[in-house]
Design a protein around this ligand. Structure first.
Ligand code: GTP
Ligand code: MG
Length: 629
């Protein structure tokens, strides 16, 4: 620990105002500045004239310059000024003047103060994840092997306990490459040191114009070790579920020559933080091409158009492998727009035609097929088109693609929302797969509604009663893990929302008992309301739910018990996506696979669960329409 005399308080002093001969073009460009991010408060300040002195204040109140940042003929450099105060740049001790590049973040450890500096024309943005207060750590010899520190670990004592040799680890305050030695982070968190040093404060000469403060560092939360839920200002990325402020979103280059992103690989367009804009306010890439598309600053996935313009409702469909999720999504997204416009005067539009292409293709194939081979939907797998490999916590992982639709209430046009769906591989929800290994299932924690698709054809008690049926699914060997998948879903949602196991979420949970064509005969005729030409009323939904619940409680009581221990709002729905049993394809490349007969497609109540979930939202996006669920 440094002695009190040398403990510096960071103070910014620009003692040599620069004189710049501006060219005509430069007049229109924002000035190049030094952006300074304080890692302990996660606040930004800036200095607009070079050279910039970064000074510390000794305990007797006198200032002592620690380093100086120069700008000479377009080149920048950092010059250490003090021999007794250690200075490190990205974890390396700096003993002599060192060049700095513009538009790159540097982690500067000034004794016990950690700051990120960047020479830039856009000093209001400082790297992905900075404003959220993130710290990732990784071993020095393997910097890609990153682990995100939960806020609860952010104390000197816990960190030293968690990692033995802190000097062998790096600490990253953003998702970029800027780093400090973990030992420096520990020193900066040391309460003894912190109490002796004062908060960094820019001197009046460099005080930034009054800017809205950035979101505060997340407060340490309970021991669950996950990020807290995004606050209302931050938006959760629909791929990786990390929150970020709109100003931190990256731009996606458009110019042909800018293909290849250093993190996502050579096949995608470059992600970058725009520093130039045209007169319409559109970001320009380095070739001057306008770039309308934005990307998440964490995983770098492309954000749906108008992402920040309306609230998003995530509808998470969960179910065991082969429970019928992909067929259900295809049928749902065919039927839902029709029901919404017909019965609710609400318009559901494809919000992202290029992002939704895979789901549209699956839906169109099913509904334009003339034979079972064409109607066949293959198994959703991690590496398939429903997933995209993106960056999460230091590695590239497959994350399910969000399929985004815009809902607008035509009777109340200000009432709009995005509906976001995912087609998951059932394996994502198998127990035993750690959350970090299976980040694809993270959307469940942020969802507006959970849809659990229960498959009676793989449940032994249902199979026993249905053994006379001719559906080929009843003849295959089936392992039934559905109750463990459902309880795993509950564990994950509660963990991510920091709830104890006895607490319940208030997210609506729809238990869809699928393949109704198979088990319809288990209830007396006319027990359920099954109108084909209108949506169910809320009373009919409740009555159907009671009947389906009592059948489930009789045959699979653990499903009912699990569901009702997860959410305080559970409703049971009968559902069939196909309305008939699929058949085995006899020959050809798909021989032996099961596929529906496109001519016999007759879905039963596919949209009811989603309409019910929407009716449970506040505000209800269908509020004031002719018919409310
Ligand atoms: N009888 C009947 N079978 C159905 C129905 N919907 C789907 N199936 C069958 O269920 C099987 C699995 O359907 P998928 O939609 O591929 O299942 P999934 O849940 O997406 O499976 P994974 O992608 O492996 O997670 C297929 O053989 C379908 O033919 C239905 O309404 N009735
Ligand atoms: Mg599937």
């Amino acid at each position: 620990m440094p002695s009190p005399e040398t403990v510096p308080t960071l103070l910014l002093v620009a003692n040599l105002p620069a004189f710049l001969l501006m060219g005509f073009l430069d007049f229109f460009r924002p000035k190049i500045r030094l952006a300074i991010g304080d890692c302990s408060t996660r606040t930004l300040s800036q200095a607009d004239s070079f050279p910039v002195n970064l000074s510390g204040r000794k305990s007797d109140g006198t200032k002592s310059p620690l380093c100086r940042i120069h700008h000479l003929d377009g080149d920048f450099s950092l010059e250490p000024l003090s021999t007794n105060v250690p200075l490190k740049l990205d974890g390396q001790t700096v003993a002599r003047e060192t060049p700095l590049k513009a538009n790159r973040n540097y982690g500067l450890a000034l004794d016990t103060h950690l700051i990120v500096i960047r020479i830039t024309r856009r000093p209001d943005r400082l790297g992905d994840g900075f404003s959220e207060g993130n710290w990732d750590i990784a071993p020095r010899e393997n910097p890609d092997d990153r682990e995100t520190l939960p806020p609860s670990q952010l104390s000197a004592q816990r960190l030293s306990h968690h990692v033995k040799h802190t000097e062998d680890y790096l600490a990253f305050p953003t998702y970029g490459d800027t780093c400090f030695l973990l030992s420096d982070l520990v020193a900066s968190l040391d309460p003894d040191t912190a109490s002796q040093s004062q908060k960094p404060e820019p001197s009046p000469a460099q005080a930034p114009p009054n800017k809205a403060p950035l979101p505060p560092r997340p407060a340490p939360s309970s021991s669950h070790g996950m990020q807290p839920r995004p606050n209302s200002e931050a938006h959760a990325c629909p791929y990786c579920w990390k929150p970020f402020a709109p100003g931190d979103a990256l731009n996606i280059a458009v110019h042909e020559s800018l293909t290849g992103d250093p993190i996502l690989g050579s096949h995608v367009k470059l992600r970058f933080a725009a520093e130039r804009f045209n007169s319409l306010g559109q970001a320009l890439d380095s070739e001057g091409t306008p770039c309308p598309d934005l990307a998440c600053p964490h995983c770098r996935g492309r954000l749906p158009p108008s992402f920040f313009a309306q609230p998003q409702h995530i509808l998470s469909l969960v179910g065991a492998p082969s429970s019928g999720k992909s067929y259900y999504l295809s049928v749902l997204l065919r039927q839902l727009p029709e029901d919404l416009i017909r019965h609710y005067s609400a318009n559901l539009q494809d919000g992202d035609p290029s992002g939704n292409a895979q789901l549209n293709e699956m839906k169109n194939r099913l509904f334009s097929a003339t034979n079972p081979e064409d109607a066949f939907i293959s198994k959703t797998d991690f590496e398939g088109v429903m997933y995209e490999r993106l960056y999460r916590d230091g590695k590239l992982v497959p994350l399910p693609r969000p399929f985004v639709y815009y809902l607008q209430n035509l009777e109340n046009p200000d009432q709009r929302a995005s509906l976001v769906f995912y087609d998951n591989a059932g394996e994502h929800f198998k127990p035993g797969i750690a959350l970090d290994d299976s980040p694809g299932a993270l959307h469940v924690a942020a969802s507006a509604g959970l849809l659990f698709l229960f498959d009676p054809s793989s449940s032994p008690p249902f199979r026993k009663l249905l053994r006379r049926k001719r559906d080929p699914q009843l003849r295959t060997d089936a392992t039934d893990e559905q109750d463990t998948i459902l309880s795993e879903l509950g564990v994950r949602v509660k963990k991510m929302r920091a709830l104890e196991s006895h607490e319940k979420v208030d997210t609506p949970l729809a238990i869809l008992v699928g393949k109704f064509d198979l088990w319809q005969s288990l209830l007396p005729p006319d027990t359920l309301h099954l109108p084909e030409d209108r949506p169910l009323t809320s009373e009919e939904i409740a009555q159907n739910s009671r009947h389906v619940r009592s059948l489930l409680a009789q045959l699979c009581p653990t499903i009912v018990a699990n569901a009702e221990s997860i959410s305080s709002k559970v409703t049971y729905f009968p559902l069939s996506s196909l309305g008939h049993s699929p058949k085995e394809i006899a020959e050809g490349p798909l021989a032996g696979r099961l596929a529906p007969n496109p001519k016999r497609l007759n879905p039963v109540l596919p949209t009811t669960p989603v309409l019910w979930i929407l009716s449970q939202q506040t505000p209800n996006p269908l509020e004031g329409t002719s018919h409310q669920a």
